[in-house]
Write a protein that binds this ligand. Structure first.
Ligand SMILES: Cc1cc2nc3c(=O)[nH]c(=O)nc-3n(C[C@H](O)[C@H](O)[C@H](O)COP(=O)(O)OP(=O)(O)OC[C@H]3O[C@@H](n4cnc5c(N)ncnc54)[C@H](O)[C@@H]3O)c2cc1C
Length: 551
């Protein structure tokens, strides 16, 4: 057997026997073949001595078994790492942050405990995937939607705890924000319920978030203070209709007004769905165009435009702009989505157009079809399903061989800083990261990078760092990634989430007042998990006995 750090062979065997007694020996995994499943398929350290791997895995079926595992780990000083469905590709997969930890795999705990259609909320266990909940809802013909991320095989709980995002209405896309109430097994084996769940017999655990007193839910996301065994979520009431509208603006300088106006219509809830940014001129596709790019490759750029694009300075030159105006090619554009009754959706789209017309001379619009829901099977074939609350795995075609991506890689690590919601910030980010990419000799995708509007009031700038066959290139890219984290921080932009290999580097940049935030996390860690058994190192929080060492 593999031995976890801090234990010797005999201690590890004794710990595994304890775990087998708690959950049944068939649910304790120690063979290389089984443990390979807990490697991070996108790891830039794949096959290297410092790849982060598990020493064993244990798969409990009940909360009581999770409690027993935690108690054993305390007694035996066994490092644990809890995952839900463990599909965190791009952000670490199912591998532990502290190599040699024992994975607590919660996939078997996959019960949908309740879906309340009237109040549009649900209570689930960690192993419930988006597909599972979707099937449960469909079988019962309940008129509620889930907000799903692109890969539908993930867990509502795992995704929300890592603060993931989806594609439907504004107030559901931030998955941790749309949770309501947690159940957590603490490091000492006690079960804590947050919010109204703290009251025995509470009638509103999934309906009222804060409960009474300090709202502690936040400390269980991107952390290692407990193992979450139940979580409530607010769902979206099924809308009657959906519509996509496109706004196009002609000039380079219109970017600022376009972003400000998109933000205004979102804040006013004139636009209730997702919005994006794309550039027909600079060949940056929007969410609606992407599937056809994958299938057919990017649209051909005629030679004059190609020459102007190559000569432009980070997406701009007066000659390029003149070309765009002459040929009526929009510099920037946005897809906006609307949900509601057909009349409301129509009125919202008309109102949005009026607002844009007041602010941006030369703005143009094109309305997509108003789709009455639910989608037909035929409509489903063409739709970006997550916008309709339908889980899917079609996103993985972006990594596969395609006309857009003729040489696929082994995956990628997302570099994903949060930047302000303004045209100026988008230009500044492009200048900063393009300059850095040139200095660090990183391949750049395209002429310009446009950020995503997942969450309100900020933008997320995402770059996928390819993971390739060559370990030397991967190491070089990891160093570059760390430099980009620093460059972003120097501009006041921070990563929202990152893979384990970068978590310390990112936490280093959240350094206000001599790293008081990290010190506060450590104070909490010492108090709630004094033996440091839970997910050591996650998001830069190390237990006392491992602090300061290089990981
Ligand atoms: C092509 C591609 C597209 C993607 N698109 C999206 C997207 O649109 N939106 C998005 O959010 N993500 C996206 N991702 C990232 C990722 O795949 C998803 O976020 C996925 O849902 C995370 O995996 P999971 O749900 O299985 O969570 P897990 O891997 O189970 O959990 C994530 C982490 O949370 C912690 N954790 C999990 N469960 C518990 C628990 N019960 N108690 C304590 N700690 C726990 C662990 O540290 C774990 O490593 C994408 C990835 C790829 C490769």
């Amino acid at each position: 057997v593999r031995v976890a750090p801090g234990l010797n062979d005999a201690e590890m065997r004794a710990a595994l026997e304890d775990l087998a007694r708690a959950v049944g020996s068939e649910w304790v995994f120690t063979s290389d073949e089984d443990l390979d499943l807990y490697r991070d398929a996108y790891s830039p350290l794949m096959g290297q001595p410092d790849e982060r791997v598990a020493s064993a895995a244990v798969a409990p079926d009940t909360v009581e078994q999770v409690q027993q595992i935690v108690r054993i780990a305390n007694r035996r000083r066994l490092p644990l790492y809890a995952i839900s469905t463990g599909k965190n590709l791009g952000y670490g997969g199912s591998a532990p942050v502290f190599s040699g930890s024992v994975i607590v795999d919660l996939k078997r705990m996959n019960r949908v405990l309740e879906v309340d259609e009237r109040n549009a909320c649900a209570l689930v266990e960690p192993g419930v995937s988006y597909f599972d909940l979707y099937d449960y809802i469909r079988k019962r013909k309940l008129k509620v939607w889930i907000d799903v991320p692109d890969p539908g095989w993930g867990s509502l709980i795992g995704n929300a705890l890592d603060r993931g995002a989806g594609y439907t209405m504004t107030n559901y896309r931030n998955h941790f924000d749309s949770h309501c109430g947690l159940e957590v097994v603490l490091a000492n084996g006690e079960v804590l319920r947050t919010g109204m769940g703290a009251m025995p017999g509470a009638k509103t655990w999934q309906q009222y978030k804060p409960g009474f007193g300090p709202w502690v839910d936040g400390i269980f996301s991107q952390s290692n203070f407990g193992i979450v065994t139940k979580m409530g979520f607010w769902l979206m009431a099924e809308p009657e209709a959906y519509m996509r509208g496109v706004v196009q603006v002609p000039r380079y300088q219109d970017l600022a007004a376009l972003v400000d106006t998109l933000t205004l219509v979102e804040n006013q809830r004139v636009c209730t769905g997702m919005m994006d940014l794309f550039s027909p001129l600079l060949s940056v596709p929007g969410s609606a165009e992407y599937p056809s790019w994958l299938e057919n490759g990017p649209p051909k750029v005629e030679p004059e435009r190609a020459a102007l694009l190559s000569a432009a300075d980070i997406g701009y030159s007066p000659a390029l702009e003149q070309y765009a105006l002459r040929n009526a090619i929009p510099y920037w554009a946005s897809n906006m989505t609307f949900y509601g009754s057909p009349r409301v959706v129509q009125a919202q789209w008309e109102t949005a157009q009026e607002i844009f017309k007041r602010v941006i001379p030369g703005v143009r619009f094109s309305a997509g079809e108003l789709i009455r829901l639910p989608l037909t099977e035929q409509q489903k074939e063409r739709a970006h399903l997550p916008e309709f609350g339908i889980p899917s795995l079609s996103i993985f075609s972006i990594g596969a061989r395609s006309r857009l991506n003729p040489e696929p890689t082994h995956g990628h690590m997302w570099f994903s800083p949060i930047i302000p919601r303004s045209g100026a910030a988008i230009l500044e980010a492009n200048r900063a990261f393009t300059t850095a990419a040139r200095e660090l000799n990183l391949p750049l995708a395209g002429y310009f990078n446009l950020p995503y509007f997942f969450w309100e009031r900020s933008l997320i700038y995402i770059v996928g760092f390819a993971v390739v066959d060559d370990p030397v290139v991967n190491r070089k890219n990891m160093e570059s990634f760390k430099k980009l984290i620093r460059i972003a921080a120097d501009h006041g932009w921070g990563e929202y989430r990152t893979a384990p290999v970068y978590q310390d580097a990112v936490m280093d940049t959240y350094s206000f007042n001599d790293h008081v935030l990290r010190r506060f996390h450590e104070t909490l860690k010492d108090a709630v998990d004094p033996n440091g058994i839970l997910s050591a190192g996650r998001y830069g929080i190390w237990p006392r006995h491992l602090r300061g060492a290089k990981h």
